[in-house]
Design a protein around this ligand. Structure first.
Ligand code: BTN
Length: 281
């Protein structure tokens, strides 16, 4: 029997009761306050680098109630107030993949959060490429992947996700692009169940990813949630901006954008930002 936690955080035992995974989040480390769950997971991994693959660190989930220095993509800050949201980082230990493929796991986690939020709320979440999870045109989740590489192979990968679950207000500068599960549904959601649903989806999707070491087996699911698909997008690069129509992703997770001459360009995430013409998506 899996009951809601009535807003209390963090009943790790209850998570174990609710969780239908084999490996992911079977070990959960929790703190009331930390600078960043990604930093914490990296320190933990760094101090155990001698341990074999398939041992304890693999699949460990780091969860905090509050982050004092939450990190976003492209050096941005991820504001992390206590009591409302999910801040978690999953540690993959010595995975048998090339470092070059690891960035695709950000998209795998984005897909898993979107699917997990649908399982939690019954409402369809969308994805803004590459990995923002969106309800009603506004972002509810961001993902940051970091890793340590040795001879072209990751020694570990940390995939951090910040999910706005029960946050009721956002600062004025974020109000047109940030939202929460609560603002979408009008109901407070159970964060422990949210973590469980996301971890289950991630485990299932990760297995598919490992079979080909790319997104070919996940592309259909991902594109079915991709809000940019067949819409006009603005590509913002260091050297300038241009517009096109997003057509989907390739097996490596690059965004395929048709330019004004009908040429399909492959956009690699990282340095580039993609926006809708009139709104955030
Ligand atoms: C983004 O900019 O969209 C990515 C945000 C990632 C935030 C999460 S919260 C948990 C983990 N710890 C961090 O410091 N960052 C990630």
């Amino acid at each position: 029997m899996c009951k809601g936690n009535d807003g209390k955080y963090f009943p790790a035992g209850q998570l174990q009761e609710c969780l239908r995974t084999e490996k992911f989040a079977r070990q959960v480390l929790w703190r009331q306050e930390i600078d960043s769950t990604n930093n914490w997971a990296k320190e933990y991994a760094g101090s155990r680098i001698w341990m074999e693959k398939g041992t304890d660190p693999d699949g460990t989930l780091f969860v905090a109630e509050k982050q004092t220095a939450g990190k976003g993509r492209q050096g941005r800050v991820w504001t992390s107030p206590p009591g409302e949201n999910i801040y978690m980082s999953l540690l993959l230990w010595k995975p048998e993949i090339r470092a070059l493929s690891a960035s695709q796991l950000t998209l795998v986690m984005g897909l898993s959060v979107a699917q997990g939020m649908e399982a939690l709320t019954g409402r369809k979440a969308g994805i803004k490429w590459p990995n923002d999870v969106v309800f009603s045109g506004k972002k509810i989740c961001g993902i940051l992947t970091e890793m340590r590489v040795q001879e072209g192979k990751p020694e570990y990968i940390v995939i951090g996700a910040g999910i706005n679950v029960n946050q009721t207000e956002f600062p004025p500068e974020l109000q047109d692009k940030a939202a929460s599960v609560f603002l979408e549904t009008g109901k407070k959601a159970d964060r422990t169940l949210g973590i469980a649903r996301v971890m289950e989806c991630f485990e299932k999707n990760y297995r598919k990813f490992l079979r080909t070491e790319d997104l070919s087996l996940l592309k259909e699911d991902y594109e079915s949630l991709l809000l940019n698909k067949d819409r006009q997008v603005r590509i913002i690069e260091k050297k300038g901006q241009w517009q096109g129509i997003a057509r989907g992703i390739n097996d490596q997770g690059e965004l395929l954008v048709e330019d004004s001459y009908g040429n399909l360009k492959e956009i690699l995430s990282g340095e580039v930002s993609v926006r809708g013409l009139y709104s955030y998506v």
